[in-house]
Design a protein around this ligand. Structure first.
Ligand code: FE2
Length: 256
């Protein structure tokens, strides 16, 4: 999948508008200064290095982050409707966490994480259009993102720290200490981490569908036909079974 230059530009404007609309001063100005400083890097950055992962194309990162913000706001409404305690976090904390959840993917202050792939074999055979920059010391994405924020004097709340740290949910075993506790006192005291994780998962899944499902269209059509056929067979079978009085015979036919 590719984005046009106009779409990439519009995504960036939407990203900046989100900060302006949801983050309060003076943090808003610090965050805007940070993102304007790295605009050239972030605007074209992919969300991942490999075709098979989500949004691995120019502009994919901001496209993903905008989608996570939108999903997080909608997920939050759903949690509210279903009775979750929304007083344990603020809307600004929700949006701030969504905006910055994957920030660590950008690399450090001087080096980009994702470089264009130079190994033709890996590009062709493994779909790795990008490669990791070996000049950067290893850090997990949430750790690097939080480090970058504090390095640029952007403060974050305790809720935001835990939400960003655990946004991959239990896909990252490092989060078990927060999310797999069986003791009430050590469970998160807000639903924010769960809402952000669901929003991130939802966005990544939608990105996968947009990129990959059209390529499996024939399979899906076949499955659909099979589904319809099996439903019709089922309905014919249940009609036939309804006319049989013998329970034994019914059981026998039902198992066919
Ligand atoms: Fe993400």
């Amino acid at each position: 999948m590719t984005l046009s230059a106009q779409e990439i530009q519009n995504n960036w404007l939407q990203f900046i508008t989100t900060i302006e609309g949801h983050i309060s001063s003076p943090r808003k100005e610090k965050l805007l200064k940070f993102y304007k400083k790295y605009e050239d890097r972030l605007i074209m950055m992919p969300a991942s290095h490999k075709k098979e992962y989500h949004n691995a194309f120019p502009g994919g990162y901001i496209d993903h982050v905008n989608r996570v913000v939108n999903c997080a706001l909608l997920q939050s409404d759903l949690w509210k409707q279903m009775g979750a305690d929304m007083s344990t976090f603020t809307k600004e904390e929700l949006v701030f966490s969504a905006i910055n959840h994957d920030l660590g993917k950008m690399g450090d202050d001087t080096h980009e994480s994702y470089l264009p792939q130079t190994d033709k074999w890996r590009k062709d055979k493994l779909g790795e259009d990008y490669m990791h920059n070996k000049e950067i010391a290893f850090a997990a994405v949430p750790d690097r993102g939080l480090f970058l924020l504090q390095q640029h004097d952007v403060k974050y709340t305790f809720n935001e720290m835990i939400a960003i740290q655990t946004h991959d949910g239990l896909y990252d075993s490092a989060n078990e200490k927060y999310l797999k506790s069986y003791m009430p006192e050590t469970k998160p005291r807000t639903s924010l981490p769960f809402i952000l994780h669901q929003a991130d998962m939802m966005a990544a899944r939608i990105e996968f569908e947009k990129e990959w499902l059209p390529r499996f269209k024939n399979n899906l059509d076949t499955n659909k036909k099979n589904y319809t056929l099996s439903n019709n067979t089922k309905s014919t079978k249940s009609k036939a079974l309804g006319t049989i009085k013998s329970e034994g015979l019914k059981n026998m036919l039902d198992n066919l």
